[in-house]
Design a protein around this ligand. Structure first.
Ligand SMILES: Nc1ncnc2c1ncn2[C@@H]1O[C@H](COP(=O)(O)OP(=O)(O)OP(=O)(O)O)[C@@H](O)[C@H]1O
Ligand SMILES: [Mg+2]
Length: 349
């Protein structure tokens, strides 16, 4: 039996102790990164040993932060196996543009995550709660609105690694054993304090009432099992969906935080266009961000794609990125999605 994972700041202290002799100057930053992994003291020793082996295999006498990082990954991967994938986040909170209501739920989630231990354990509120102390959340909204991105940022902020569960894989690979495998995932997540992400929750938690075939009945059993596990889970579980209406109401009630990720409105779109351009990238001083936001009804994901496309147009022309490149790219996004541009007449043929 493993004990509950220590607080992120405590784990960081352990890492600093373990890495100091190896990394010197780079210790602090590497420790900060490493604390996101769900490891206790013993595992930290294993990571250090593995990092040394990896360095020597690469013909280096010095261990680098990236040896430590990859050793962490190897060890974390061993525990979760192929059922879960680690979600990497390259962006930060500064890059995020959210509607006010969404941001409020996220802020509340962060507070909950940070003071969970204080309130439930130190202040004794656990005694008044039969179950359901976990940080559970449902994010819904159209594709490309930041649900996965925010999940990753939240986990990182709470000092946890986020693992995405490929439920279809769990079900197909382990027919008849699905519940066992899921139980294993939840146990491991609790033991090692990792955050879990179930994408496309609608597929899993679709209304449970319609049983058409014996296959569906099996699926229902699994869903009931999942419901229970989520409800009693002590850790972080985030579910995302594009179709909130297909989610069982009983299930919705058991989820602590619910945040809608609506398609962005014009002002948010303008900010998205602006934040997607990296600092230092060659661009014209004046770009019509407001106008771009006003005209094109694109999501964050689509704007990201458009900005990148525009950057290539600009590079090819050997000119700094400008409004015309962004317009062209936005129109390309529209065409690719088979949508009519604003003001474009509908053509019958
Ligand atoms: N609100 C946002 N703020 C900043 N960037 C965003 C936002 N929404 C989307 N993006 C950009 O689009 C990318 C894709 O978004 P993400 O994968 O989080 O969407 P999603 O809501 O999970 O979509 P899906 O429903 O398809 O899973 C992000 O990595 C980010 O670059
Ligand atoms: Mg997603």
């Amino acid at each position: 039996l493993r004990l509950q994972l220590a607080e992120p700041s405590v784990r960081q202290g352990w890492w600093e102790q373990a890495l100091k002799p190896l990394l010197g100057e780079a210790t602090r930053q590497a420790s900060f990164a490493a604390r996101a992994y769900p490891f206790g003291r013993d595992e930290i020793d294993s990571v250090v040993a593995l990092a040394k082996i990896q360095a020597s295999q690469r013909q280096r006498s010095e261990v680098t932060p990236s040896d430590v990082e990859s050793a962490c990954q190897v060890l974390a991967g061993q525990n979760m196996g192929e059922l879960a994938q680690r979600v990497r986040v390259a962006l930060g909170w500064d890059d995020v543009v959210l509607a006010k209501e969404t941001q409020e739920v996220i802020d509340e989630m962060l507070t909950y995550g940070r003071f969970q231990h204080t309130v439930f354990q130190e202040h004794g509120y656990a005694a008044k709660m039969a179950y359901g102390q976990g940080l559970t959340a449902l994010f819904w909204g159209p594709p490309g609105t930041g649900k996965t991105l925010i999940s990753g940022l939240l986990a990182r902020e709470l000092g946890l690694e986020l693992y995405k569960i490929e439920l279809s894989q769990v079900v197909s690979k382990y027919i008849g054993e699905t519940e066992q495998r899921l139980a294993q995932i939840f146990d491991e997540a609790v033991a090692s304090g990792m955050a879990l992400l179930f994408d496309e929750a609608d597929a899993l938690f679709a209304k449970r009432t319609e049983v058409k075939s014996s296959n569906d009945r099996y699926a229902n059993l699994e869903v009931n099992f999942l419901l229970q596990r989520v409800e009693h889970h002590e850790g972080v579980v985030i579910l995302t969906t594009n179709f909130p209406n297909s989610i069982d109401e009983a299930f919705m009630r058991r989820i602590r935080f619910k945040a809608e990720f609506p398609a962005p409105e014009a002002p948010e779109r303008a900010r998205l266009w602006k934040t997607m351009i990296p600092r230092g990238a060659p661009r014209e001083r004046h770009i019509e961000f407001e106008e771009l936001g006003e005209i094109y009804e694109l999501t964050g994901g689509e704007i990201r794609n458009a900005v990148l496309r525009a950057a290539f147009y600009a590079a090819e022309e050997r000119r700094p990125l400008g409004t015309s490149h962004l317009n062209r790219a936005a129109q390309h996004e529209y065409r690719e999605a088979g949508r009519l541009l604003p003001g474009e007449a509908f053509e019958f043929d």
